[in-house]
Every structure is written in structure tokens, then in C-alpha cells.
Design a protein around this ligand. Structure first.
Ligand code: PAF
Length: 292
């Protein structure tokens, strides 16, 4: 595995691969790699000849008072895990490399899909995500790029940006990887105290209970949301930020559940906010699991 720190070196590596006819995959990450990220690498390997993984804690997607400073960083560990997983190139740029004009330079406005759900709690978050993703796609010009289902709104936002900016890349959504008790893997799980960690799988339990209702025939979004909220509020350590049924296409409220829908929940455990979701295809003949 090659490690490069500059945009120029990454661009040269990607251009060489493309010139030799290789199909190129990009796995964008903020590092602190876990089994969820390694599932991205595996999926990328199956779909492409060369896999690049970026490690960049992107400052513009953090709001004031968020965890930018304390976000876990360990490039040696990320490098070892990436090499073992079969990554060909690890790209670890500095903020100055990614934002040559400073962080108040050019930014990508994502419109309405970025202002709901997470966007209400983190108003500048998706502008930062969309901006850095566009930059990474401009450096690598990959055939595919992977994004995780856990951050379902991010997948919807990135697809929207790719469509609107006419970017020639396929966005591949990778299913959430979970701990045995159901908690979705996230680098932020490391912030939880032992007691909060025990409480956190309530997110998954709430979503499974809501999903069971939909599978049993419930089609009223409000009824499903009520159950989501009730299960979440049964856990003393969970403070619900939102628990909603929305369209997986555009994140609008799903008043009647039909087509591809997302049940999404965000809750705080102390100072740590965790997200989870389930995506379902609700058709006239039944309900099946789907991806955003
Ligand atoms: O999901 C993440 O880790 C980040 O939001 C991403 C896509 C790498 C952009 O910084």
C-alpha cells in the first residue's frame, strides 16, 4: 500500500491507474477505522481494480463546539488496517492541502436535503460534507465511491450533489455494520461511558420495533414515529433529538408509508449524539429491506 499526503501525489496515482484501464474506487473516511469502514473496502475491492481510501478529519463539517479537536486520530493504526484490508492507496492530506484558500473559500450549497433532520441540529454540516466530497471526487475521479448507510442523510445529500454537479461517479451505499447487541459501529461510540454504551442499543431496538409494525401492515407514518419515540424514551440515558419516517428519495415526511422509506432516529447519550436508521421498500405486495 502506498501512502500519500498531497493532492498532487494522489492525483498522479489516480491518473496513472485510470490510464492503465483500471476501474477506480474511493472510500472517503475521517479515519479511526473500524469494521464498518473495512466493509467499505471489501465492497470496493469487489467492484474495482484499485482502491483508494482517504483519511481526513474535515474541519468544515464540524460546527462550533462540536468534537473537531477531540475526534480520534491514529494514522499508524488506520494505515495498518487499510493495508491488511487490501487498500492500494491511503490519502491523508492536511487541511491546508484540501482548503488551499482557507476554510471560508468555495463551498457547496446542498439545498433542502441538507436542512432537515441532521441539518436542523447541525446547520453547516452538509455544506462541509458536500464540499469535501466534491474535492475528493475531483482529486481521484473514481468510478465508484462508497458511503455508509448509518449516515443515510449523507448518502441522500451526496447522491443529490453528484446528480446536480453532473459528476461521473457511482455512489455505492454500504449496509450498516453492527456490534452483536445491535449498536451501529461509529467512531463516536468511543466517547460513550460504559453505562451509556449499555443504553445505546435502544436506537436499534426502537427501529426494529417500528419496522415490525410496518411489516405487519401499519402504513401511517405518525403511528410508527410514536412507537419509535416511546421505545427511545423508555431509556433514561437517551435524549431523543428526532425519530421520524421520511422518504428515502428526498427526506420529506412520509405521512403514508409507501415506496422507499427511511425510519431515522438520533439521540444523545450524555454529550454524544448517535444516529441509526432502517430503510424499507413498502410496496403493494409487501415490505422488503432496502438501502438509501
Ligand atoms: O462519513 C464520513 O466519514 C465523512 O462525512 C466523509 C464522507 C468522509 C466526509 O468527510
Amino acid at each position: 500500500m502506498t501512502i500519500v499526503r498531497t493532492v498532487e501525489a494522489a492525483r498522479t496515482w489516480a491518473a496513472d491507474r485510470r490510464r492503465s484501464g483500471a476501474r477506480l474506487a474511493l472510500v472517503p473516511t475521517m479515519g479511526a477505522l473500524h469494521a464498518g469502514h473495512l466493509a467499505h473496502v471489501q465492497a470496493a475491492r469487489q467492484r474495482a481494480d484499485a482502491v483508494a481510501l482517504s483519511v481526513f478529519v474535515n474541519p468544515t463539517q464540524f460546527g462550533p463546539g462540536e468534537d473537531l479537536e477531540r475526534y480520534p486520530r491514529d494514522l499508524d493504526r488506520d494505515g495498518a488496517l487499510s493495508a491488511a484490508a487490501g487498500v492500494d492507496l491511503l490519502f491523508a492530506p492536511s487541511p491546508r492541502d484540501m482548503y488551499p484558500g482557507g476554510q471560508t473559500g468555495v463551498a457547496v450549497d446542498v439545498g433542502a436535503v441538507g436542512t432537515v433532520l441532521e441539518g436542523k441540529h447541525r446547520p453547516t454540516h452538509f455544506r462541509g460534507v458536500a464540499t469535501v466530497v466534491c474535492k475528493l471526487l475531483a482529486v481521484f475521479v473514481p468510478d465508484i465511491a462508497t458511503f455508509g448507510q448509518k449516515d443515510a442523510q449523507q448518502v441522500v445529500v451526496v447522491r443529490h450533489v453528484v446528480r446536480e454537479m453532473l459528476l461521473p461517479v457511482e455512489i455505492v451505499c454500504i449496509p450498516t455494520v453492527r456490534d452483536p447487541d445491535g449498536l451501529a459501529l461509529s467512531s463516536r461510540n468511543a466517547y460513550l461511558t460504559a453505562e451509556q454504551r449499555r443504553a445505546a442499543p435502544v436506537l436499534r431496538r426502537a427501529l426494529l420495533e417500528a419496522e415490525a409494525m410496518v411489516r405487519a401492515g401499519e402504513r401511517r407514518g405518525a403511528a410508527v414515529e410514536e412507537v419509535l419515540r416511546a421505545v427511545l424514551s423508555s431509556e433514561r440515558l437517551a435524549q431523543t433529538d428526532y425519530a421520524l419516517a421520511v422518504s428515502a428519495e428526498d427526506l420529506r415526511p412520509a405521512v403514508v408509508l409507501q415506496g422507499r422509506i427511511l425510519l431515522v432516529a438520533a439521540a444523545r447519550f450524555g454529550a454524544t449524539r448517535l444516529l441509526d436508521n432502517t430503510c424499507l421498500d413498502v410496496g403493494p405486495d409487501g415490505v422488503s429491506a432496502a438501502l438509501p
